[in-house]
Design a protein around this ligand. Structure first.
Ligand SMILES: CCCCCCCCCCCCCC(=O)CC(=O)SCCNC(=O)CCNC(=O)[C@H](O)C(C)(C)COP(=O)(O)OP(=O)(O)OC[C@H]1O[C@@H](n2cnc3c(N)ncnc32)[C@H](O)[C@@H]1OP(=O)(O)O
Ligand SMILES: NC(=O)C1=CN([C@@H]2O[C@H](COP(=O)(O)OP(=O)(O)OC[C@H]3O[C@@H](n4cnc5c(N)ncnc54)[C@H](O)[C@@H]3O)[C@@H](O)[C@H]2O)C=CC1
Length: 720
């Protein structure tokens, strides 16, 4: 794991632990033994630590954090490095992160290859750099930069690291050769001034001021997240306490974070995200054995909200797009709108003026689909209407080249029904983007019964290329995301039973959702849900009234229909579940007594006796109903593994990452407890079929050994 050799009186300790040279136990042992051996060898003048392959160590081995660890610990390795009688040089390339950067900070000198990046990403894992990173970095950079780098987890370039004083030299070419050359130039100089444990923090007298300012920012930016604040406390300790005591404080804070629920969820999320990019189809095809096609050109049909956003995602990644609308006028409007959106990105500093021009240069409009014969992929984003989509796919089947992939952005429709009108159903799939498509990171890809592995591999790969997190779902009504989301339904029932919209929103926001469900509904428009419900009723041959309380034996809430009838369509009309001060263009929701009156009237008419509802019930009703559906989705193979579901929720619905996702959350509460509450709610609400307990969940609770391994979370010890 650490190769030891002596060259030109340099002991070279080459860390070899692919893929990212994580500091696993054997690497720590190798470093410790290597430094001791070199220190005792009279033929060695200096020691060089370097990574083999693509990087210097990118951190501690996160997998080791979930099991009891073993000494030597990183701080012990670090102090052995610092107290060596020979100068130690860390030669950085790739990504020197976390524990990797800490090892470098224990070294006496740091040389970075020009393209290297350094940083402390621990905060993203709900941790702090616990091998004295919070004590050492401020000694090099001063407090402000250390606070910013450690609480944000930002990686900085070699050039910036040089400016901040983190590295001593930036080199080009052969890193080892350049490090030796640098080493020769400083050999013989005293080591004491190079030992950070002996240095002070230069702006220590300003610590209270910097701490207060940073804390204020953090509390605003990372509501409910604890690691950034712990990072800050530890950095404050670095300035206020003697080195040893500061290190002890850091250790205490690190242990608190490590044993806490937030870090467990964030570490799970790190691996879950990577696991979601791996997929297996029932026919044995998988991400490991299927190669994607290269997508060099694309077409998007329908330039409304979604189509325009999808086109932006593609052109931003350099993929030329033909955007198709119904007529020239609509096309012109859409192209102008895309120009404005990109202009907004320039204003926000997300792209340059030149990049915007490059994007627009590869965007072409068309008012007919006849022009699509040469494109590699078509993404259809017209209205959510099966007949219309089938007509379009039938035409595309005739016009497009035989190798072209034909994809739909449908949010609910069965991909098999869309594919059935084509002669090449193996080339048909769903590519479900989330609104706004040019911002939201999730791409939920959907395969039908005939979709080929190449098609799946290509859309999963395309997602990655355009900067999305791709997750694969089998086709079904609503796929993973929309099928599982029971929050809105249960929230409306809770309002009928006694809660008020702002009570529910507050509880969901306190849980960590960025916005409560009623605020989201106002933002997207009350009319959107209304049209979906009307369409559904039409399909079933039902007429919905304001008194409708059951539809086909299922409980139904007409509260939102009442809002629609009152013209309260949400933010756009200045009134919805909340009121908005449109005169001042404010998007701030204001609690509206008229809505409370409307709710009370509704309940009176339907003879619903209202009662006090606790925050606990709100969370249980909204989340456990969702979790129950999640288990049904797993059972049916719609999602292959729980990690896929949690990643869909994190990136599609902004579920707080520090809670892992609904499935992880349920595992932390305890599946047995969740199951019991689901059974209780099923008994209480027999007319809501989403409370019918999932068989898989029942089995996990009663006969866990009979459940296939992929239906367990791999990266956590789920509690029963
Ligand atoms: C008696 C008791 C006494 C107790 C005393 C205890 C004292 C203990 C003190 C310990 C202090 C430790 C302090 C510390 O500083 C902690 C850390 O260092 S935490 C880790 C910080 N580093 C990171 O968070 C980096 C995470 N990785 C990345 O950001 C990216 O992987 C990276 C940029 C490095 C590379 O990206 P890319 O090329 O895109 O590759 P992938 O992301 O796909 O990764 C490839 C592969 O590698 C796995 N992996 C990556 N990083 C790690 C890691 N740090 N540990 C383990 N595995 C890692 C990743 O999961 C991928 O594998 P898959 O199989 O695909 O999942
Ligand atoms: N709006 C949302 O939040 C999301 C919507 N979706 C799905 O995306 C699809 C599109 O939705 P939106 O963009 O919201 O709808 P939209 O109404 O904003 O846009 C649809 C566009 O399709 C165009 N169109 C209709 N028939 C056409 C044809 N024959 N040829 C070319 N263009 C045609 C319309 O002129 C319109 O501009 C739907 O299937 C929807 O379910 C998916 C995810 C989120």
């Amino acid at each position: 794991m650490v190769d030891y050799r002596v060259e030109d009186q340099f002991a070279i300790l080459e860390i070899n632990n692919p893929p990212v040279n994580a500091l696993s136990l054997h690497v720590r042992e190798g470093l410790l033994n290597g430094v001791l051996r070199a220190s005792a060898d009279n033929n060695v003048k200096a020691i060089i630590l370097i990574g083999k392959g693509k990087t210097f160590p990118s951190g501690a081995d996160i997998k080791e954090f979930s099991r009891p660890g073993k000494a030597p610990w990183l701080p012990e390795v670090g102090h052995t490095i610092e107290s060596s009688n020979k100068p130690v040089f860390s030669a950085l390339h790739g990504t020197a992160l976390g524990g990797g950067l800490e090892i470098a900070l224990f070294s006496h000198y740091r040389i970075a290859e020009k393209t290297a990046k350094v940083g402390f990403p621990e905060v993203h894992l709900g941790l702090l750099p616990g091998a004295e990173g919070t004590i050492r970095l401020p000694r090099l950079t001063g407090l402000v930069i250390a606070m910013e780098m450690i609480t944000s987890g930002r990686q900085v370039s070699a050039k910036e690291a040089l400016k901040f004083g983190i590295v001593d030299k930036v080199v080009e070419g052969n890193l080892l050769k350049e490090t030796k050359a640098f080493a020769k130039s400083v050999l013989g100089q005293p080591l004491e001034p190079r030992k950070l444990s002996l240095c002070g923090v230069k702006d220590a007298d300003q610590v209270d001021k910097y701490y207060e300012a940073a804390l204020k920012e953090l509390l605003k930016k990372y509501r409910g997240v604890i690691a950034p604040v712990s990072c800050l406390k530890s950095i404050r300790g670095s300035a206020q306490l003697p080195y040893k005591e500061a290190a002890e404080l850091e250790r205490t804070l690190f242990s608190e974070l490590m044993s806490g629920a937030q870090s467990a969820a964030l570490r799970y999320s790190f691996f879950a995200e990577r696991a979601a990019s791996r997929w297996n189809l029932p026919n044995g095809a998988s991400s490991a054995n299927s190669k994607p096609l290269t997508i060099k050109s694309a077409a998007v049909i329908g330039a409304g909200t979604m189509g325009s956003g999808i086109a932006i995602c593609l052109i931003r990644s350099g993929i030329p797009v033909i955007l198709v609308e119904q007529n020239e006028k609509m096309l012109e409007n859409a192209l102008r709108n895309i120009g404005y959106i990109l202009q907004g990105s320039v204003k926000l500093g997300r792209m340059t003026v030149d990049q915007r021009s490059d994007c627009l240069r590869i965007l072409q409009g068309a008012a007919s689909i006849e022009k699509l014969k040469d494109v590699d992929i078509v993404i259809e984003a017209v209205y959510e209407n099966l007949k219309l989509k089938q007509e379009i796919f039938e035409k595309l089947d005739k016009i497009c080249k035989p190798t072209a992939l034909l994809c739909s952005n449908t949010s609910t429709l069965d991909i098999d029904l869309i594919a059935s009108v084509t002669s090449k159903p193996d080339r048909v799939a769903g590519t479900h983007f989330f609104a706004p498509a040019y911002i939201m990171k999730l791409l939920e890809n959907i395969y039908g019964s005939k979709t080929s592995p190449i098609t799946v591999a290509t859309i999963m790969d395309l997602g990655k290329k355009i900067g999305k997190i791709s997750v694969l779902s089998k086709t079904c009504d609503g796929f993973i995301a929309n099928r599982m989301n029971k929050i809105g339904t249960e929230a409306a029932f809770l309002v009928e039973e006694g809660a008020l919209p702002h009570d529910i929103d507050q509880v969901l926001e306190d849980f960590g959702m960025p916005m409560g469900v009623f605020k989201v509904s106002d933002l997207s428009g009350i009319d959107i849900g209304w049209s979906i419900r009307q369409e559904m009723a039409k399909k079933q041959g039902i007429t919905l009234t304001l008194e409708t309380h059951y539809v086909s034996g299922e409980r139904y809430s007409s509260l939102a229909d009442r809002l629609y009838n009152l013209g309260r369509l949400g933010l756009k009309t200045g009134k919805g579940w909340y009121r908005y001060n449109n005169a001042s263009n404010s998007r701030k929701p204001i609690i509206d007594p008229d809505v409370t009156d409307m709710i009370l009237n509704h309940c009176e008419k339907l003879r619903i006796k209202r009662r006090q509802i606790s925050p606990q019930e709100i969370i249980e009703r909204c989340l456990y109903a969702t979790v129950n559906e999640g288990f049904k989705i797993l059972e049916e193979g719609v999602a292959e593994k729980p990690e896929d579901i949690d990643i869909v929720w994190q990136y599609g619905f902004s579920f707080p990452r520090y809670r892992g996702g609904p499935m992880f959350y349920a595992s932390q509460v305890g599946l047995k407890k969740v199951y019991e509450r689901i059974c209780y709610y099923h008994e209480s609400f027999p007319y809501s079929k989403h409370w019918l307990p999932s068989d898989l969940l029942k089995k996990l609770v009663s006969h866990p050994n009979e459940v296939p391994i992929n239906l367990w979370m791999n990266y956590t010890n789920s509690k029963l």
